[in-house]
Design a protein around this ligand. Structure first.
Ligand code: ATP
Ligand code: MG
Length: 402
């Protein structure tokens, strides 16, 4: 550990990682989830080429001596289960006087001329309270050139965290994505078009700890498949630490032709969706996956009314999860910006390979009659893509899409 008394300390030697929901779980679940979180953090750090020592104790994860603090912050902010994080300077102290000396040395330059406050937290037994630290350190920093104290609306907050004899000091709290570590939940197979909705839906499931795999139905538009691959690759490269995401590309061109030829226009999209979920279910069963998911949002388009959702999923037994059921489009788009996929998703043209718009209230008897017409359709085996271990160029090459 660094002990740099007497010199101006202007660097960080640790990243504090805080997790939210995991800390309210029972001991066994919590251990398991902490293990998953550490595994994901390791992978994230490796991917950002950051070296550091990960240590779990007392409901916190510490990354000691990262050789690139900025890289560590960016990596950790991409790991599900992380609520917030702070690059910090950690040292040890002997008593309150020593603590205040060390903290004022760390903060004095940073608060100079600024309206500030001190926020202290304390774990362990000490002969002083965190309020004492706030008061005494605050007075000391004023003496050293800070402008004035404002508890409500400061320009600068000096955070001090005391754990036993350890002292952590920082001034920034970055938000993590929250949720649960990947792998806390079972796998889910997402019907993935690469548009805003299915991309955000995949991310939301991962946020709740579900490792996702993706299935894309190729309706005969190479640009669409390319964008779907690009979006999938982005999720895999940037958000799936701790998981090896796969994508399945299914040749659905024949199915689209047959549906266009045989099905009455108001039922085309619904029949097409019915074929997709049925196929996705059989694929999921082969892969041992227990749930499907889509990017549907209630009432967004005529195929996503409650009635039509009911019709489409009638022939499927696996649960179909719809993480965006209650989201407005603008909320979904905002989330895509946060994830980083906005520019990719925007390129995705709205193709369902079918010109016809469904009726908002499909009739069950009619729908089943229409679906019967295509019950013996044969779908070629999907192409499996290992998103983690292949570059986008390699994938496009494999699919003849370069
Ligand atoms: P997205 O933004 O995900 O493209 P959307 O608003 O365009 O969704 P629809 O085209 O009606 O909505 O599709 C509804 C859902 O059906 C999608 O979110 C996705 O889960 C699934 N889906 C649609 N087209 C495909 C496809 N070609 N391959 C895989 N899944 C698809
Ligand atoms: Mg779409």
């Amino acid at each position: 550990m660094n002990r740099v008394m007497g010199a101006v300390i202007d660097y960080f030697n640790i990243v504090l990682v805080r997790y939210g929901e995991i800390s309210v779980k029972g001991v066994r679940t919590r251990r398991r989830m902490e293990g998953l979180l550490v595994k994901a953090l390791k992978e994230a750090l490796e991917s950002f080429k950051v070296r550091g020592r990960i240590d779990v104790s007392e409901g916190r994860i510490f990354i000691w001596d990262p050789d690139d603090v900025e890289g560590a912050v960016r990596a950790v902010a991409r790991v599900f289960g992380v609520k917030s994080l702070s690059p910090a300077y950690a040292t040890e102290f002997t008593d309150l006087e020593d603590l205040v000396a060390r903290a004022s040395e760390f903060f004095s330059d940073k608060v100079k001329g600024k309206v500030f406050r001190v926020r202290a937290r304390r774990v362990g037994s000490h002969n002083f309270t965190s309020k004492d630290v706030e008061r005494i350190l605050g007075a000391k920093l004023l003496e050293l050139g800070a402008s004035k104290v404002n508890l409500e609306n400061p320009e600068y907050t000096a955070y001090v965290e005391i754990r036993g004899r350890r002292l952590f000091m920082y001034d920034k709290i970055y938000e993590g994505p929250g949720g649960l570590p990947l792998g806390s939940e079972e796998n889910v197979l997402v019907l993935f078009s690469g548009g805003f909705d299915s991309t955000v839906a995949s991310w939301m499931l991962m946020k709740r700890g579900c490792p996702v795999h993706l299935v894309h139905y190729d309706l005969g538009f190479p640009e669409t498949v390319k964008v779907a691959l690009e979006a999938a690759k982005f999720l895999s490269d940037n958000w799936s630490y701790g998981h090896k995401m796969r994508m399945y590309i299914v040749n659905f061109k024949g199915a689209a032709l047959i549906v266009n030829g045989l099905i009455s226009p108001p039922y085309r999209t619904l029949v097409m969706r019915g074929l997709m979920v049925k196929h996705a279910e059989s694929l999921a069963e082969k892969l041992g996956i227990e749930a499907l998911a889509t990017g549907e949002s209630i009432g967004q388009v005529a195929s996503q009314t409650i009635r039509n959702i009911h019709l489409v999923e009638r022939s499927v037994k696996l649960p179909i999860i719809r993480p965006l059921a209650g989201f407005d489009k603008d909320e979904i788009i905002k989330t895509s910006m946060k994830i980083g996929t906005y520019e990719i998703n925007k390129k995705q043209i709205e193709v369902c390979g079918l010109a016809a718009t469904p009726t908002p209230k499909g009739r069950l008897d009619k729908f089943e009659k229409e679906l019967d017409k295509v019950s013996d359709i044969i779908i070629p085996d999907p192409i499996e893509i290992d998103l983690k271990n292949s570059s986008l160029q390699e994938i496009l090459g494999k699919l003849g899409l370069k």
